[in-house]
Design a protein around this ligand. Structure first.
Ligand code: GRF
Length: 209
């Protein structure tokens, strides 16, 4: 079943473009109803316009977090949106915003892509942190957003290697290629079968079984 998305962006927009391209090529049964950015200079806005998608700036400057989220929600109310997709959106969303997208099971229909194998290397500079740590293997995680940063239930992960002679740039480029394939594929899986998660339990619960 086709799903209706809002994509939130702050910058370059390469994941947004991968999603729009997958829709255009029939690999993803979805529609991007609106692209929202907190940054008026985001290149992602140009990409949205190129694909004929409404692109709206909701600036965060001089607003409290709650006021900004209220404005985002007011804007989203004008569209029919089933899932919010974060694609390089550089602001943390609070429960105030997330509650609006709560499903019957208590999950938020808000999805994020993060460039590490979570729970390793959360935060804004995951590529740099993994590279600096000297990992041999890193990866990409697509997950549901919860009340903590880079933390919610994992939808999909795909690993990629750090090769001996990699520069940071080469390492990032390998990861981005994975991002651009994985994000549309996960959204397509949601369009087909909804949100599928592995059961989550504390290690105590697992040990006592
Ligand atoms: C990507 O690396 C994504 O994983 C992270 O922010 C970056 C956004 O890049 N959350 P782009 O704007 O999609 O090109």
């Amino acid at each position: 079943m086709s799903i209706k998305l809002a994509v939130l962006v702050s910058g370059r927009g390469s994941n947004l473009e991968a999603i729009l391209k997958a829709i255009q090529e029939g690999r993803l049964d979805a529609a991007v109803e609106v692209v929202l950015s907190n940054n008026p200079g985001a290149l992602a806005l140009e990409i949205a316009r190129k694909y004929g998608v409404p692109a709206v700036v909701v600036e965060s400057k001089r607003l409290s977090r709650q006021e900004h989220e209220e404005r985002l929600l007011e804007c989203l109310d004008r569209f029919s949106v089933e899932y919010v997709v974060l694609a390089g959106y550089m602001r943390v969303l609070t429960p105030h915003f997330l509650q609006r997208f709560r499903d019957r099971r208590g999950y938020y229909r808000v999805i994020n892509i993060h460039p590490s194998l979570l729970p390793a290397f959360p935060g804004k500079s995951a590529y740099e942190d993994a590279f600096a740590h000297g990992v041999r293997l890193s990866g990409i995680t697509v997950h549901l957003v919860d009340d903590l940063v880079d933390h919610g239930p994992i939808l999909a992960q795909e690993a990629f290697p750090r090769l001996d002679d990699d520069t940071l740039e080469a390492f990032k480029e390998r990861g981005l290629a994975v991002e651009h394939r994985l994000y549309p594929a996960v959204l397509e899986a949601i369009a087909r079968t909804g949100i599928n998660l592995l059961p989550r339990a504390s290690s105590q619960e697992v040990l006592s079984k």
